[in-house]
Design a protein around this ligand. Structure first.
Ligand SMILES: [Zn+2]
Length: 671
């Protein structure tokens, strides 16, 4: 595909030239005009959308993101089905995509194979005869373990890749599930115990109930020592570079030389993520009975394999993770799961086909113009901050201007030639080979310079990211569509929707985590101490504002856990609104107040923003996300965020009588 190189002024001319025929982009059927915008903006802006898009049994949450995601999934499905219906040369990308899809769809074959595909892995665990063998077994293991290892940029030397350790070994993921004593969490623990029991039974184990008790006991031990989601947000505390000798001293129960030899890597040093957890894992491996450790490992293999085996096992797995944890009534249809697996395994190969067919190249140019306008606006806002010194401002501007921008799809595509998908093998065997391929790919970067052209999302993804270690923002083709981005819609719409998303990602470079990394992505303090104190005081206001939000009866949002995302939403709104005004400034005042579809441009900006977060969600999912998702819930990304934006009060004439009203002196003001 050709790269279009346009100067910025040429792009802006293009954007202005087509203003005349543009629509407002606002779908009036999304609104609930019986609601009062000033009293419940979310209901006013999204009430129609929520009524028109009720939850179907397969979803625990369905929103604008999911609706667009579904559209992309259907498009990708069409591309995959074309390949799956034909024969292709063995080893070609088309053969891999087609065969993996067909394997995913073949439930009859899986029902017939039973648990046989996973038996060999379970037997390997059975064959461990002494504690002494554990280091090597863990080094070799792909399907069980008490911690994870991944290759990523060194936080202190962002141009080089290192090995990073990360806490693990407890299937529920969040430590609170093992420790909280509220009724809902206790119910989940009871159901989890039943689920583990049932799964051991389905896999033919004796004493299934006793085994479930062992799993709960060992997982709780690990969870207690683990960092909470809030502690995991502190980059300094989660970076502990050390030599292998130091590691051996820190966690003497593991023979680290044998562990890494079995893992297949040679290294002098690595970063340990969560020291107390790894120490506890070491102690656990030494002082727990071998049979209990093996039971935990077997459970991990079973848990990881459940989605790729018989219908009965799949449904038991769905019962716990889908129904109990999320409130879903039914699993997704088979084709969606199959496309999801192909997307997850051969994502860039599918992505390449996707952008060739569905991504208009001109989107890239308008998007780039938007990004540059946002960058300029954030620069202006930094210049005007009254709480920051000149010195720190210069550093912040330097960082802002150094950001790498990625739009649409990568310049070079990933090579899948070493991945083998074999239709004669079981589905599970193929999935494991794909996981091994992924691990080898990741390990091939170890000790090498960071590849700055690499993408961390596939082009068909409806999402965007900021990566602190490369100081880059990335917007895949998948999100550059309605209701985020619309070539035919006017600026009010595009700045309110994708503009805020761009500003959100940029602000991540300056949130409570991003601010600890410099322009080159190194964890290095570039703040004058008094500026950092002022910043922390301001983010505290944000944290407390979200702590006050009641997401379900008696349950509050976690302001510390969602802080980075809430700062990013706040910054995104401020910056995009300024960029929008910069753009409008050229026009006469009367033009700015002129309504279209009954709303002024400023009002439409906020409607477009709110519509991005329209969603329906189940009560179980609200509780699950409050524990596990660093983003605030859709409703609060609107009703929690907007009351801190002065322009929203002006656009909608919000007065102190409104329940959403926050006095100016109590509003958040950061970037
Ligand atoms: Zn974010």
């Amino acid at each position: 595909m050709k790269k279009i190189i346009l100067s910025l002024s040429a792009i802006m001319l293009m954007a202005t030239a087509c203003t005349k025929q543009q629509t407002t982009g606002i779908d009036l059927s999304n609104l609930d005009t019986t609601a009062v915008a000033q009293n419940d903006f979310y209901q006013f802006a999204c009430g129609g959308w929520m009524a028109n898009n009720p939850l179907t049994p397969e979803y625990s949450r369905f929103g604008s993101f999911d609706k667009l995601g579904l559209n992309n999934l259907e498009q990708v499905n069409g591309l995959i089905q074309d390949l799956a219906a034909k024969k292709h040369k063995q080893g070609s990308v088309a053969q891999k995509i087609g065969d993996l899809y067909n394997l995913s769809m073949d439930t009859a074959r899986r029902d017939q194979e039973g648990i046989a595909p996973v038996q060999k892995t379970l037997d390997e665990i059975e064959a461990i005869h002494s504690h002494d063998q554990l280091s090597e077994a863990l080094g070799k293991a792909m399907d069980f373990g008490l911690w994870g290892m991944y290759v990523d940029a060194d936080a202190m030397n962002s141009s080089m890749n290192i090995l990073n350790e990360f806490q693990g070994g407890f299937a529920l993921g969040e430590k609170e599930y093992y420790l909280d004593e509220d009724d809902h969490t206790r119910m989940i623990r009871d159901e989890y115990r039943k689920h583990v029991t049932r799964m051991f039974e389905l896999f033919g184990y004796d004493n299934a109930e006793a085994r479930a008790d062992v799993v709960l006991r060992l997982e709780t031990r690990l969870a207690k020592a683990a960092y909470s989601n809030v502690e995991l947000r502190d980059p300094q505390a989660n970076y502990n570079m050390m030599s292998l000798d130091q590691l051996q001293e820190l966690v003497p129960q593991i023979q680290w030389q044998s562990y890494f030899a079995a893992f297949g890597v040679s290294l002098d040093s690595l970063s340990i993520g969560q020291v107390p957890h790894l120490q506890e894992a070491g102690r656990l491996l030494a002082d727990e009975p071998l049979e209990d450790i093996k039971t935990l490992f077997a459970w991990q293999v079973i848990d990881g394999a459940a989605s790729f085996l018989t219908t009965e096992i799949f449904m038991q797995n769905f019962h716990f993770y889908g129904q109990i944890l999320s409130g879903r009534e039914e699993p997704s249809p088979l084709w969606k799961r199959a496309v999801g697996i192909v997307n997850g395994t051969l994502g860039e190969a599918v992505g390449q086909m996707y952008v060739e067919k569905y991504f208009p190249e001109e989107n890239k140019a308008r998007m780039l113009a938007l990004v540059h306008n946002l960058q300029k606006a954030l620069g202006q806002r930094i210049e005007n901050l009254e709480w920051m010194s000149r010195e720190t401002k210069d550093k912040a501007l330097e960082k802002l201007n150094a950001m790498t921008i990625k739009i649409g799809y990568p310049d070079t595509w990933r090579d899948y030639s070493k991945l083998s998908i074999d239709a004669n093998d079981t589905y599970y065997a193929n999935i494991r080979r794909a996981a091994k391929f992924e691990q080898d790919y990741s390990l091939s970067y170890l000790g090498k310079p960071v590849d700055k052209t690499k993408w961390y999302m596939t082009p068909q993804t409806v999402n965007a990211y900021y990566n602190p270690s490369s100081n880059e923002i990335c917007f895949p083709a998948g999100i550059l569509q309605y209701p985020f981005f619309d070539m035919s819609a006017d600026d009010a719409f595009n700045y309110g929707a994708i503009g805020v998303v761009i500003g959100h990602e940029m602000t991540h470079g300056f949130d409570d985590q991003g601010c600890q990394f410099d322009k080159d992505g190194n964890m290095q303090n570039w703040w004058k101490p008094e500026d950092k104190i002022a910043f922390d005081l301001r983010t505290k206001v944000m944290e407390e504002a979200f702590n006050r939000i009641e997401v379900a009866p008696g349950v509050h949002a976690n302001g510390a856990f969602t802080l980075g995302e809430n700062i990013a939403d706040h910054g995104g709104l401020q910056v995009s609104y300024l960029a929008f005004c910069n753009n409008e400034a050229a026009k006469a005042e009367k033009d700015r107040l002129q309504t279209r579809d009954g709303f002024t441009p400023a009002q439409r900006f906020f409607l477009a923003y709110a519509n991005v977060w329209a969603n329906n969600i189940r009560p179980e999912e609200i509780l699950q996300r409050t524990k596990s998702d660093p983003h605030s819930l859709g409703r609060w990304r609107v009703n929690g965020a907007l009351p801190h934006i002065n322009a929203w009060y002006e656009a909608w004439n919000v007065t102190p009588e409104s329940p959403l009203y926050i006095a100016p002196e109590n509003r958040v003001s950061i970037w």
